[in-house]
Every structure is written in C-alpha cells, then in structure tokens.
Design a protein around this ligand. Sequence first.
Ligand SMILES: C[S@@+](CC[C@H](N)C(=O)[O-])C[C@H]1O[C@@H](n2cnc3c(N)ncnc32)[C@H](O)[C@@H]1O
Length: 356
Amino acid sequence: MPQLLLSADPGFMHLALDEFRRDSHNAQLLDELAPGVHLADCDEGFWGLAESWIDDPPVFARHICPVDLSIPLVATPRDLSRLSEAAVTEYADLLDPDVSFSVQSRIFAELPYKPFDVNRAVSAALARAANSPLDVRQPFQILSIVCAASNQGPGSEKPAASSHRQLAYLGLSLASHNISDWAGGVRRFRREKEQVSRAEFKMLEALEAFRIDLPAGGVALDLGAAPGGWTRVLRQKGQFVTAVDPAELHPRLAADRGVRHKKMTAETYLAEGPDAFDFLVNDMRMDARASARLMNDFADFLYPHAEALMTLKLGKTAAALDPACTILQESYNILHMRQLFHNRNEVTIHLQPKPA
Ligand SMILES: C[S@@+](CC[C@H](N)C(=O)[O-])C[C@H]1O[C@@H](n2cnc3c(N)ncnc32)[C@H](O)[C@@H]1O
C-alpha cells in the first residue's frame, strides 16, 4: 500500500491525525518516527490525499510527503553515497527536466551527518544524472528524505528497543502537494538585529504562506501590538500603522512617525471611533471567541478591499476553534487557516471582510 509521512506540531498531532482520518479511507498509522512525524498509509495514497488537501487544506497537518522506498542506514558517512546512488537509480528518470527540483532532508536519529550533508550529496548526484535544474528556494519537485529509527517490526509487531533499525524514507512529489514548501513545514527566518519580538516570524510566515501582498502606503491597524514585532514587519512592508495596546511599544517603534500608538485596549479604541483601514491584524492574548467578536466589531472600519490576519489562541483540544470561526463568518470569509510553524498554541487565520 502507498505510504506517506505526515508532520504536525507534536501538541496538535492528534488533531492532524483526525484530519487525516476524516479525509482518507482506511487510514492506518504505521509508525511514529519522531514526535509530530507519523508514517501512515491510506487507500488514496499520497497523491490522492494531496489532491484533496489542495482543494480543502487541513489546519493542523503541516506537511506531507510520499514514501516510495526505504533504505537501511549503517550510520557512517557511507550512507551519503548509498542514498545518492539510490536516488539516482530511482529518481533521475522521473524528474521532469523542464522544472526545478530540490532535496529536503530531515534527521531524527543519531547519525554522523546533518540534513545539509544529505541535501548536498544527493542533490549533486541527481543534478549530474538528470537534466532538471536544482533550485532550493523555489523548487517545483521535491525529493524528501527522512532518516529515523524504525519502530516497525516484521508484520506490525514492534521490535525490542535494541533492535531498532535506522532507515531513510524517500519520496518524490510536487512542492504544491506537500502542504508546505519547507521540509516538514519548518519555515525558519534569519534573526535580525533590530527584531523586536519572536512574533515577527509568525507574521512573516503567515504573509508568505497565505501569499499576502501589502501595497506600500496602506494603513494598517494592529490590535495587541506590543512590544511591536508585527508593527515593525508592517512598517517594513510600507504600511502606516495604528498600534493598539495598553502595554509599551519598543522605543524604536515609539519614535517612528509612521506608527501611532493608541495606548489603550482594543475595546476602548473601538468606543473612541476608529479610522478606516486597508489591513487589520490581531495577535491579542485573548479568548478566541472574544477576539473573534472584536474582529467583527472592527469589520465596520475596513475598506471593502481590506484583508485581515489574526491568531486564535487555543487550548490543547482546540475546542474554541469552531465557535470562533462561526463568529468570524458573520463578517468575514475565511481565506486560509493554518497552524503554522511559528504558532504556539494557536492558529493563524487570513480573512476577507464580507460586503456590507
Ligand atoms: C502576544 S502579544 C502581541 C505580540 C505582538 N504581535 C508583537 O509582534 O510584538 C499579545 C498582546 O495582546 C495585548 N492585549 C491583550 N488584551 C488586549 C486588549 N483587550 N486590547 C489590546 N491589546 C490587548 C497584550 O497587552 C499583549 O501585548
């Protein structure tokens, strides 16, 4: 039966597995390779599931990739040449020469090499053997390689811990079928010296994942702005920002003439009578339903072309998610909703106001 690897935040894996069971037939979990990484299969196989998730994306499943073959590892650098040989034998003829490819590796075992070493060795061998151009930034085709200790014994019995075998799981897919363009959905950004908060990564990841383009000169409203990470990103994207938060902004932002700090709660600002905005963002630490209700109140102050981005804070069960979405749908269409790599106990939602 065709197999696949399903990855999610370990804390939300149970919800990702619910999505997998809901959207496939005969879903079976074969092995947990690492917290948040499951080897699984289903009647649709990787391609069938990927197609259905392109049309109706999951929220918690962060990444999928196919498993076409597994190769035993000996845990010496010789693995790199064996993986390269296997990749050339199995995939050189399958790669479409007209579009780019990349190799994305993850390692969940004690091995004397790093993902970078695997990527470099295998992609160099494939680039020599196939005519497809290598492009690690925007690959069209991805060879995924996951190295891990297998807990699967003969049949479905688990072997004793001492007999765990280390395997590399290989599979070729289109980047567009993997949910995320990044290995395991892990999108890292370079830390900048001027960075104000970790939350900046959250906004950068959402803008990229949801393909949100902010035309320079727009006016944005940032609810729950302090210390100002999202405001800083919005300023970098050329927005004039009204930053609402009773807490202080970072001094660098407080001195920025493109930032207006309303040092008050969102509720007080609403009562004051807000201006009109092109982009509304909300990262308030607040119950998901209360935050959704406030978003509806602010929808009256958005231009018809506006968009909105918010995080919904969830407990482990995410019980507040559906009620919060129902509230939001009174005023907004939900364009995207994902539990992104930089989210903690929350999801990020991209919204479009409904016509008044
Ligand atoms: C996670 S922090 C926001 C981080 C921010 N996005 C950044 O990038 O630096 C949550 C913020 O929500 C603010 N907050 C909580 N309730 C609020 C309310 N009712 N109105 C405005 N801000 C609120 C808190 O003061 C806190 O600064």
